[in-house]
Design a protein around this ligand. Sequence first.
Ligand SMILES: [Mn+2]
Length: 277
Amino acid sequence: MPTYAIGDIQGCFSYLEQLLDKIQFDPKKDFLWFTGDLINRGPQSLETLRFIKGLAQHNQAITVLGNHDLTLLAVGYKKAPYNPLHHTFSDILNAPDKNELLDWLRHQPLLYHDVALGYAVVHAGLHPQWDLTLALSLAKEVEAALQGVHFTDFFSNLYGNEPTVWNIELTGWDRLRFITNCFTRLRFCSPEGKIELVSKESTHYAPTNYLPWFEVPNRQNSAFNIIFGHWAALEGRCNTPKVFALDTGCVWGNALTALRLEDGIRFSVPCKKMTNS
Ligand SMILES: [Mn+2]
């Protein structure tokens, strides 16, 4: 019963189909993990979301939430505007099953850990000062807000790059925004734990005094296998032990990648560029 973790699809449904063909995915035996950013930028957000929701509801897959998935929710619940320069998910917003899709999506986790397999998956990263137990409990705080009665308030308060430093005594929206920014947007972090949410380049172009989050010394979650997406500029490369980068830039014309957790073998299909923005 292999488990495959699959990187950011971003609405490139045809490449997901090709990848599942390549690994000879058998929904009766195999299980899929997705790193989030299922939708946006690519041409088939609706097909992708419907397909993964269907798998998840049959206990054949899990996904974590990425920044683009949260953007869809914010726009879908009318807490952010639809911007045709940056958004390609009008197919979902106009779909007859829009409400079911959004409702399912907002019930997905930000961090998932399988004790038996010995892997965790997150969209962007874990703050270096969080051990896995704390990270799982912080993820639950955000998930409770996303799933609670007043969940639309979360999207009104989601956007922003502040605060930049973790403090266990943070409260309110600042606390939930910091946690969400780490799980869904983090790339670079200073040795002291200050997060930087602007740079998107590869590790060679780290802002001065910043490191990739997974290279920060004394990282408290370094004992665990962690799978992440989000960072297409890494092209799937990460030399830190137990950290697995899976966003290989499908929508940018690179590849869509699956990692088989049981033996660490990677499978990829080449992709044509599907976005200009
Ligand atoms: Mn992302």
